[in-house]
Design a protein around this ligand. Structure first.
Ligand code: SF4
Length: 461
């Protein structure tokens, strides 16, 4: 039986230990990246508790998520009254200027008409000073990745209006760590570009110590800048795996004629070079010296580690955009992935990875809509010796001894998920060192045992 055959039945039947999280979780992160925004989940208490827990464990910050607290009664008679009460309370207690309302499996199954409820509420209560933005996030039709794109596109579509042309470029990021957003901003600043980056949770979900506690932390993209995204000379979107229907950059291009440059995340040498090439073309300036230095350090690090990395047989899983970036990074460092997987269906990964796969001696198994059980099975079948992904795959280590290099969301069994840096030349080098050292650690921990086994085999034969 091939690895592909081994994995296929599990993918088709039941989900066992999901590789993804639910759709509204991705949307929560987006609203946390808008200035003075609060988020309310229209569903049961359980949904918002699960989302709070996942976010708090990952970001190590208080992450407030309100709930309309639906129960059995509302499931039958409708949840409008609960949602109205929840909006009253959130507006009174948090005083947000932006309020995102997200649906859940329950409210979607009940058929709640979010758009109508919100419009009626705003009109009847004569609400002012807060923009209420509903986003449909039924988890049974998408993962956190689709939820992230849907909310980003929803916010942009809600605010952007025709405006006079200006020089600020649009930058749209996928679900990455606050540290990665800060690195992308640092690179843009270094190139002398002014920009509107959406969503920007680099400060709201990773706050420095000190100061007074604020119910809504300072930071995030401002509404004023989002409104004016229509006048930007270009949109850089790190979303090569983003479906067209959810693409914020495509929306801006179609509705307002802002040219879209859709790039892979700047993780890995080639991907980062592509980003640098794009921004230098836009700015008309040479590559900043500091970046050239960082590129040189990365090349040096790649030369140092390539002899070890050739032994790596990585299994890579998680959100499509990250999986794509890390798969190309591994391939350019001699560790061609043997299993590439995402919990997202129709992730476009296979299509995007064609080039990497074509030149590989051994074709990787690509799984979409996969659970961790299917990934484990394929990893074992393919003889994988290292994993790259979120904490959901820790069973690869616990059950099968395959070490895991943690990236993505959620990281709930280690500290510092919000600080994991993989973007830029610096981030790529930091990841590469982690990856190589993980391979070396396994090598030094197991080589005596391996020699013993080989001797036994030789003597036995
Ligand atoms: S019921 Fe649906 S929305 Fe609620 S936590 Fe579960 S998957 Fe997410």
């Amino acid at each position: 039986m091939t690895c592909l055959q081994a994995a296929a039945p599990r993918v088709r039947q039941v989900s066992e230990n999901q590789c993804h999280m639910c759709m509204p979780i991705g949307a929560v992160a987006v609203f946390k990246g808008i200035e003075n925004a609060m988020v309310l989940v229209h569903g049961s208490q359980g949904c918002s508790t699960y989302m709070r827990l996942a976010n708090v464990e990952h970001y190590n910050e208080p992450v407030d998520i309100a709930s309309s607290s639906l129960n059995e009664k509302q499931a039958i008679y409708g949840g409008e009254a609960n949602l109205r009460k929840a909006m009253d309370n959130v507006i009174r207690v948090y005083q947000p200027t932006v309020l995102g309302i997200l649906t859940t499996c329950l409210s979607e199954t009940m058929g709640e008409d979010l758009e109508r409820i919100v419009t009626a509420y705003v009109q009847e209560k004569n609400v002012s000073g807060v923009d209420i933005i509903p986003v449909n996030t039924p988890s049974y039709s998408g993962t956190q990745s689709e939820g992230f794109w849907a909310a980003t596109r929803g916010i942009i579509a809600y605010y952007v209006r025709p405006t006079l042309p200006h020089r600020r470029i649009n930058v749209i990021v996928p679900h990455i760590s606050p540290a990665d957003i800060r690195e992308i901003k640092r690179i843009l600043d270094g190139a002398g570009l002014s920009y509107t980056l959406v969503p920007d949770y680099s400060m709201t979900l990773d706050r420095p110590y000190g100061g007074r506690y604020q119910k809504i932390p300072p930071g995030g993209a401002t509404v004023k800048e989002i409104v004016e995204m229509s006048g930007a000379p270009v949109t850089i979107q790190f979303g090569t795996t983003c479906p067209d229907t959810l693409s914020p950059g495509l929306y801006l291009e179609k509705e307002f004629g802002v040219p879209l440059v859709n790039l892979p995340l700047p993780i890995g040498l080639k991907n980062m070079d592509l980003f640098v090439e794009t921004i230098t073309k836009i700015s008309g300036q040479p590559i900043p010296d500091a970046l050239m230095l960082e590129r040189g350090w990365l090349l040096d690090g790649m030369a140092d580690s390539h002899k070890f990395n050739a032994e790596g047989r990585p299994v890579i899983y998680g959100e499509p955009e990250l999986v794509y970036a890390f798969a190309t990074l591994c391939a350019e460092n001699g560790a061609t992935p043997v299993v590439i997987a995402s919990g997202t269906k129709n992730s476009l990964i296979a299509e995007r990875l064609n080039q990497v796969i074509e030149s590989a001696d051994e074709k990787p198994v690509i799984l979409e809509g996969a659970d961790i059980a299917a990934i484990e099975e394929s990893a074992l079948c393919a003889g994988s010796n290292i994993a790259i992904g979120h904490s959901g795959g820790k069973s690869l280590t616990e059950r099968h001894g395959i070490p895991l290099v943690r990236i993505g969301f959620p990281i709930h069994d280690r500290i510092g998920g919000q600080r994991i840096l993989s973007a830029g030349y610096r981030g790529t080098l930091a990841f590469l060192d982690r990856f190589t050292n993980t391979l070396l650690e396994t090598k030094y921990a197991t080589y005596r045992q391996k020699i013993k086994e080989e001797l036994c085999t030789t003597r036995g034969s």
